[in-house]
Design a protein around this ligand. Structure first.
Ligand code: VGL
Ligand code: ZN
Length: 191
């Protein structure tokens, strides 16, 4: 990351979970390629002493987004399964704050802004407490959770920076639509 991190920044790592990586039940093409870049960002965040937040898709086994329940996705990221675990190549430090999302069986939610910490704190309250004004977002998938999280971040008054090399889309068409929608909303793309 060429960006200089500063107080008021936070790194938000979206859904680097086994099911979203090649070989997973909803594997994103080249999804594994983002991990070394995000690991570099983690190093930079630790050096700059800024918060590191990691979201995870955290579905109950009967989630409405799953095909057997009439949804559009194969079952993925079921709570406490290997598929829901953060990939072991991701160097998440002990100090990282985890945000669980989409854990209610009857509601789809792609955005980390609908998630909460293990102790039930919303992302909004967490960022306010930490004094975060600018979010550096990367992870999976660009066309769903990265997009929804970034757009909600702008709506919540954040400056939002996304490194395109640190994200991949489930499909190229929706990936391009995501980039267009994010740019139109004011998301900045950085190297
Ligand atoms: C996601 C599809 C289904 C994501 C989550 O994290 O982008 N995509 N559930
Ligand atoms: Zn999901």
């Amino acid at each position: 990351m060429t960006l200089k991190l500063q107080p008021g920044d936070a790194l938000l790592i979206v859904d680097i979970q086994n099911d979203f990586l090649p070989g997973g039940s909803l594997g994103v093409h080249e999804g594994d390629q983002v991990i070394p870049l995000i690991n570099d960002d983690i190093k930079a965040a630790l050096a700059a002493n800024i918060p590191i937040i990691a979201s995870r898709d955290w579905h109950p086994a009967n989630h409405i987004s799953f095909i057997p329940q009439g949804g559009r996705w194969p079952p993925h990221c079921v709570q406490n399964t290997a598929g829901a675990a953060f990939n072991e190549a991701l160097n998440l430090p002990e100090s990282a704050i985890v945000i669980n999302k989409a854990f209610k069986a009857d509601a789809e939610s792609y955005s980390a802004w609908s998630g909460e910490t293990e102790t039930g704190k919303s992302l909004h309250d967490l960022l306010k407490e930490l004094g975060v004004k600018r979010l550096i977002i990367g992870g999976l998938a660009l066309d769903y959770c990265v997009k929804a999280t970034s757009l909600d971040a702008v709506t919540n008054g954040m400056i939002v920076l996304v490194q395109l090399q640190s994200t991949r889309a489930i499909s190229p068409e929706t990936g391009q639509e995501a980039i267009d929608a994010m740019r139109a909303a004011g998301v900045e793309f950085i190297k």
